[in-house]
Design a protein around this ligand. Structure first.
Ligand SMILES: CC(C)(COP(=O)(O)OP(=O)(O)OC[C@H]1O[C@@H](n2cnc3c(N)ncnc32)[C@H](O)[C@@H]1OP(=O)(O)O)[C@@H](O)C(=O)NCCC(=O)NCCS
Length: 161
């Protein structure tokens, strides 16, 4: 199988129409960009239709300001059979001072679909260096945790029926 690219970076300038009532950028815009870059990354890697299955907890530890240039760096951390974990790192740059801040990191599970909208296999992930290996191992643990929580949720629901 041909080697597929596993990263995408996208940048967007934060404009006044994106502000919330405090004058900083509304979290919903940032979430929307995160979903878009994760989509682009997964689609480029798998070469199929893609849906977002889940977005892990997102923590806004620092406000993003109007006028900042936000750069979203996405990479495929882990591949199961049809699912991929995409890690997205968000960096805000003050274009006047050049100061850069890492404002968010978030993990999304994206699923590849075939022409019948059923989950389909994606290429195995090549781990080329120590960073790839660490990201893969950590993503594997997060996937196991997600699946465990989901199974427990289903079990509790079943017990209530
Ligand atoms: C994504 C979707 C097709 C998966 O359907 P499904 O019936 O769960 O399919 P499967 O059981 O084959 O699971 C597909 C993959 O998702 C993984 N998965 C399913 N539920 C999961 C969960 N709760 N947590 C983590 N992974 C999960 C499975 O492990 C599998 O991964 P693998 O193939 O790498 O092993 C289906 O849930 C869907 O269509 N969701 C809506 C997506 C959407 O519209 N998103 C846009 C936002 S509204």
């Amino acid at each position: 199988m041909e080697k597929r690219e596993k990263t995408v970076s996208m940048a967007e300038i934060m404009t006044p129409d994106m502000a919330n009532f405090s004058g900083n950028v509304h979290g919903g815009y940032i979430l929307s960009f995160i979903d878009k870059v994760a989509y682009a990354c997964a689609c480029r890697y798998a070469g199929t239709a893609i849906v977002t299955l889940s977005v892990d907890r997102v923590y806004f530890k620092d406000p993003v300001h109007v006028g900042d240039l936000l750069t979203f760096h996405a990479s495929i951390n882990f591949v199961g059979t049809s699912s991929m974990e995409v890690g997205v790192k968000v960096v805000a740059e003050n274009l006047k001072t050049g100061e850069k801040r890492h404002t968010n990191t978030c993990y999304l599970t994206m699923v590849a679909l075939d022409d019948n909208k059923k989950p389909t296999a994606v290429p195995k992930l090549e781990l080329n260096n120590e960073i790839d290996k660490r990201r893969f191992e950590e993503a594997k643990i997060r996937r196991e945790t997600r699946l465990k929580l989901y199974r427990e949720h289903l079990e509790r629901k079943k017990q209530m029926e």
